[in-house]
Design a binder for this molecule. Sequence first.
Ligand code: C5P
Length: 201
Amino acid sequence: MDGPAAAGKGTLARRLAATLGLPYLDTGLLYRAVGRRVLDSGADPRDAAAAEAAARTLAAADLARTDLRVPEVDMAASAVAAVPGVRAALLDFQRAFGAASGAVLDGRDIGTVVFPQAPVKLFVTASPAERARRRWLELQGRGVAAELAQVEAELRARDAQDAARAAAPLKPAADAVLLDTTALDADAALAAAVAVVRGKG
Ligand code: C5P
């Protein structure tokens, strides 16, 4: 499952995995943990050597941190994600996670790079305004102060950066099914995703 930021992939992928009895991996968390480590070290997330070193030494404890879903880490994650060495360092872990018995993974390059042979690929989108609204509500719910217009501007900037990079850019795989969740609530999105999976089963 791939798609732009705040399109509802996380909730949908988690629920789809539970419905199918499969493990779930939020691959964005890997890039967030790398970005967080680079920020903590005082280096610039665009510094390829620093980012690659952080990715190569990533540990389970880095993924368990509770401060990975904050605005400063959004852009740091996107910056380190543009570094080919970072992506290479995280690839084996992602592939091993899904290899044994199947899995649901969400990210930006799951259908194009990580699992190009995946039997089911979903590209989940929603309008920028709706995605900004959802992210703003999520931040509000966690007590993170944010302006709606600022949230939308940041989402657009991050998507543009993710789509423009040379290494594994954000784009639908040629054989991905597009799922626009703008007008769908979480249950309707899940039903649509399950229908796609069953249709290919
Ligand atoms: O999905 P999430 O918004 O948590 O991802 C944070 C950032 O990590 C994205 O903006 C993107 O730059 C990067 N990412 C990626 N490839 C993935 C997952 C996330 O490049 N498979």
